[in-house]
Design a protein around this ligand. Structure first.
Ligand SMILES: [Zn+2]
Length: 186
């Protein structure tokens, strides 16, 4: 633009109606305000949308994490329960086996003890029987020896009227108790 054209324009502006100028300024101000409002509203809407999106994303992330944690905890719990159940079953099996072994051992021991006691009893009975037989034989022999032959017996009679069973003293027909000579002396 040349200096001459610029000068003409300034003259034109100076000749403009002040009222028209004011209307134009109001229109411009209104337009600017409307534009500013639209921009602000648009910006606010965008910010709100972004915030909602962020919140939704955060919620989704949190939900996913909670779901994963819950699944992990559940899986861990299931494993712990399974292990505990396995341990309990193993302990029960071991105890059962131990009890069965102890019972078997006890039964075997009892059988052995009974057998030993029976054998001991049988031996004792045999020993007792043998001892009794020996004693009886000895008694019989002793009894047989105790019987004094009639030729050697005292000829006196007892108070019951039976013949004295004692052996007569040597050189006498009587025993020491029934000897008449001894009696006469006393
Ligand atoms: Zn006699």
């Amino acid at each position: 633009m040349t200096t001459a054209v610029f000068a003409v324009s300034l003259v034109g502006l100076a000749q403009t109606n002040p009222a028209k100028k004011a209307v134009k300024a109001t229109e411009d101000a209104t337009k600017d305000a409307a534009d500013a409002t639209v921009k602000t509203t648009k910006k606010a809407a965008t910010a709100a949308a972004d915030a909602t999106k962020d919140a939704a994303s955060a919620t989704a992330k949190t939900t996913t994490k909670v779901a994963k944690d819950t699944a992990s905890a559940t899986e861990k719990g299931a494993k712990v329960t399974a292990e505990k159940t396995k341990d309990a079953a193993s302990a029960t099996a071991k105890t059962t086996t131990k009890v069965a072994t102890a019972t078997a051992a006890g039964t075997e021991k009892a059988a052995k003890t009974t057998a030993a006691a029976t054998a001991k009893g049988a031996k004792a009975t045999a020993s007792g029987t043998e001892k009794a037989a020996t004693a009886t034989a000895a008694g019989t022999e002793k009894a047989a020896k105790a019987v004094v032959p009639d030729s050697e017996r005292c000829i006196a009679k007892t108070a019951d009227g039976d013949r004295c069973k004692r052996k007569a003293a040597e050189g006498s027909k009587y025993c020491w108790q029934h000897d008449p000579n001894k009696k006469a002396k006393s």
